[in-house]
Write a protein that binds this ligand. Sequence first.
Ligand code: ZN
Length: 511
Amino acid sequence: MDEQKKTNFYVATAIPYVNAKPHIGNAMDYMLADTLARYHRSLGDNVYFQVGSDEHGNKIAARAAEAGKTPQEYTDSMVPAFHEMLTALNISYTDFVRTTEQRHEAAAQTIWRQLEPYIYKGTYQGWYCVGCESFVTNKQATANNGVCPDHNQPYVQLSEENYYFKLSAFTEQVKLALESNMIKIEPEFRKKEILNLIKDGLDDISISRPRKNLSWGIPVPGDDGHVMYVWFEALINYVSILGYPDSDLYRQFWPADVQVVGKDILRFHAAIWPAMLIGIGAPLPRKLLVHGFVNVAGAKMSKTVGNVVDPIEIATQYGVDAFRYFFLRHIPTLDDGDFTWEKFETAYNNELGNELGNLVQRVSSMIIRYQNGLVGVLDPAVHDTMAYHAAMVELRLNDAFGEAWSMVRQLNVYLEEVKPWQVAKGGEAEAGHLSEILSYAAGSLVHIAELLAPFMPATAESIKTSFSADIVQPTAALFPKIFNHTQDPRAAKPVAVTAPAVPPTPPINNG
Ligand SMILES: [Zn+2]
């Protein structure tokens, strides 16, 4: 134990339900958590970064049946796509937990037993679709005029014996935890939202289904006739991955420092999960980072509309760091954001290409041209990073990214002002001055790269490598121009050298 004590940092992501391929929401979870994980590693913290998959329930069983597979075969076939996305987006996770793994099922059953003082049997009555094998709310039943749209079959009234979790018993403790910021919800308006939702108290919730109506789930301990409701046991993944209840990892890393969740699952993470933890006597997570949705040109992404953006497609076309750049900087961390191909490509060409790529290229070629590639002693180039670190701590990752980016812009302005290419014309007499300028520029770039590293790890590494040796290491051009969705300004210039023989066809007027 001589080793200097490090701070532990545990960041967790919501686990996706594997009945569909991974989407942009999953990518946001992964990238936000990855940025925090990388940032905390750079501070010297011991970081644990969880990811995983949610694999039980009727929907999975139904999909498996359609595909002619067992549920386990089906989830086995779906999980690799999530691993592919994690790799494609350069996500530095520690471990991946599947809710079908023995370690998870064991932890879920342990927690069920620990919660038994708050679990009772009751009868659930409501509308039910036999085809879906699931209950629907009154609201849904009314909205669908009493007929299941998937099965074209009228809903029936069914009563079912379920186990209930006495969530109501935890209302005051959960409220207190949220109000006192024991669990700090970022952003603040989400905290108000959840407090408003629970102001009249929490209702008890059904946490099991009879096995005859739901077979694909974790057995309720001591009652073979029931399995756990999928979302109830899925929440347990945050501790099952650590080996709850008796493991060094659990003791070392729980409670989570940050749980990253989408706004649609706030209630599960800010009310139900804390109640479960209080019920088992475990500490509460310290912070919830609640991110919004990514819209496309102001509209919700939807398969029926056909405006779904595929993260892997973007990362493949423009590079993983370009993908991370846009979604971590131009999508607000704590609110909804908007994607269009035009916005994306403009940011790619103007910001990544011009502001950063050209800057690196310029400094590197001046060092080669004026100093035979000798980098010299790097100016430590200390920039004020207070706002950057403050934004990181407050989970405004896009603002932290913006702070680092403003240093990129300042360095461009600096070079335009001091004009090293002019200074170079002064020859021997100006050599000292010139080398000071280039040392400052190279030193700044290395410092900026450190600040960019949690967001764009590969780019940051390549910048650091370029300027951290005695001789500048030229790298391939960063972010070469792409014009798939926008107009190349060079091509837009009129080329009037030879007039076309045939006048262009006038646009067809349909009006
Ligand atoms: Zn149905």
